[in-house]
Design a protein around this ligand. Sequence first.
Ligand code: COA
Length: 412
Amino acid sequence: MSDPKPKPNPKEYTSGGSGTMTHEFWETQPVVQFEDMGDTTLPEGPIEPPTLVSEVKQEPYNFHEDYEWIACDMKSDDMCSEVYNFFKVHYADKPNLKVHPSKEWLMWALCPPGYYQNWHVGVRAKATKKLVAFISGVPARIRVRDEVVRMANINFLCIDKSLRSRRLAPILIMEVTRRVRLKNIWQAAYPSRDVVSRPVTTCQYWGRMLNPKKLIDVGYAALGERMTMSRTVKLYKVPDAPSTPGFREMELSDCFGVTELLRNYLRQFGVAACFDSEDVMRWFLPRKDVIHTYLVVSPETYDVTDFCSFYTVPFTISNSASRNPENTTVQCAYSYYNVVTQTSLPKLMNDVLTVSKQKGVDIFYALDVMQNASFFTELKFCRSEGALLHYHLYNYRLGSSLTPSEVGLVLW
Ligand SMILES: CC(C)(COP(=O)(O)OP(=O)(O)OC[C@H]1O[C@@H](n2cnc3c(N)ncnc32)[C@H](O)[C@@H]1OP(=O)(O)O)[C@@H](O)C(=O)NCCC(=O)NCCS
């Protein structure tokens, strides 16, 4: 895993969004800079040493006099609804396509054990009290090589469409960083669609259609060349029921077995999530329409031998783009962590596709992290054009970038 890699070419990383290699903000931050790429003399580990917490800036950064910072209480239904509605309007991928995480999903993603409410950073307009920006952090333990590092997973950066391109994102990033530092945490992991500094890795999303007719009818997918609808439907048909003996939904009593499997499995990766049984209980126990975990139990020993998990997030396609206005919500599932010791991964994932289809999932996505690439071809996953996710570490240098298969971490 630590084989030397060819020196990366910074031009490969020309940002999809800005189309430029100049990053006025990121060039001032403790992240691996493009000019440091391939410089093996730089040490691995924290880029800047921690300071005393008392030396961290105690007051929030200035945003704008018309706006105020808030800490969003995601466990309050009103606040959660506000964030949900804000994302519904402003977290759009494309004009006609909106990602739509449910309130239950947001609570799952944002309130894990030991979370800090004031890392759920909102910005309100003072006059209207309208939410206009959001960024979040949740605490995580991430192992980098041999060291387990306390980090913040930073995510859900979103700014009201009318306030874009005003350099407000850096203020949000600095403010959440300040709040993280106040908890004596000095590193962070975050994903981005554009390359803002040298990423730890760049992952590709792959998608497997489960309901091709609907996806094509609503304009989410196109019929392949020389394909008819009936041939496409046949091609993507999945079995009616899972076929692995002992395959069932995870229960509370399985937490210990799942934790053991997961911890052993994740040891092989250069950068990986660290889960204890409390985390497993929180992140993996099934929650309707949020997180789905299945496992295989040995009929002889009753041990958990394999497990698989995915989370579900709906997308909405606006009617103008849809040939069938009744079908506007596309149910997407995303592979989370999968571990096999007795079953082949493609076989287990075929069962995952089967239960996903039974739950009404229209398309199943997976990043090419861990061993996921080993089942893409056999299970008819297709590369999602342009759907890249760059993983970054804040204030931590890795000597060389990793391939996605060297990474045991799922970010979204
Ligand atoms: C992402 C979003 C907040 C960016 O807002 P913006 O108004 O275009 O950006 P600003 O002008 O305020 O700030 C630009 C700076 O912030 C950085 N930035 C913006 N989005 C970023 C992100 N997701 N991760 C890291 N840095 C980011 C830019 O790289 C740039 O800094 P640079 O000059 O050093 O490169 C906005 O497009 C948005 O709300 N999109 C919808 C939600 C979304 O896609 N979120 C990101 C998911 S990965």
